[in-house]
Design a protein around this ligand. Structure first.
Ligand SMILES: [Zn+2]
Length: 196
């Protein structure tokens, strides 16, 4: 699985052009290889259907699902809905009930997001802090916010701001989904921070 930009036409063009490097061997280029199953993503009571492209590496022959950064791995809600729920709770201090209502999910789902994010927050904080300094070498230390989840959210905000300064404006939660490899709430593996 690889995270790619949400624009399906651009993904298609880049896939055909051999722009995507294989995440398994690190050297091969991906070529079009059919489609993954459709995914129905929840968007605060609405629905977004995506059908991710598959690519297969010309060298090692491993195939990858190209998941658009509107989604997170193994989550039914849009990355933006989940991200805004985390921010509302951890930065703005909204109640858990309010966060669930705003996201259009059950309180149990919102609680699950918060619990999973809290469990991953030391790694997430470290990953986004590394990215922030990678994107802006002049940055100082990132301010501590008093708890690992709040610190992780602060690092995400600082890294996203650095990305905007360096690369121009883009979707905050798309950036987060891309950088975390879609694993904001999953601890199956940790994406590598940038080199150099
Ligand atoms: Zn490969």
């Amino acid at each position: 699985m690889m995270m790619v930009e949400p624009d399906a036409e651009r993904v298609e063009a880049r896939l055909v052009a051999g722009d995507y490097c294989c995440g398994a061997c690190g050297t091969g280029r991906l070529r079009p290889w059919g489609f993954a199953r459709r995914r129905r993503l929840r968007d605060r009571g609405g629905e977004l259907v995506v059908r991710p492209r598959r690519g297969r590496c010309g060298s090692c022959l491993v195939s990858h699902v190209l998941l658009p950064t509107v989604a997170l791995l193994r989550r039914r809600d849009l990355a933006e809905v989940i991200g805004e729920a985390l921010r509302a709770r951890l930065v703005e201090g909204h109640s858990r009930a309010a966060v669930a209502a705003e996201a259009g999910v059950t309180p149990a789902t919102a609680r699950n997001w918060l619990r999973r994010f809290a469990a991953r927050s030391p790694e997430i904080g470290a990953l986004f802090s590394t990215w922030a300094h990678h994107l802006d070498a002049s940055l100082g230390a990132i301010r501590a916010r008093g708890s690992p989840p709040a610190d992780a959210m602060e690092a995400i905000g600082v890294a996203a701001a650095a990305a905007t300064r360096r690369l121009g404006p883009g979707s905050l939660w798309g950036f987060v989904a891309g950088v975390s490899g879609g694993l904001l709430l999953s601890n199956t593996s940790c994406p590598l921070p940038p080199k150099g």
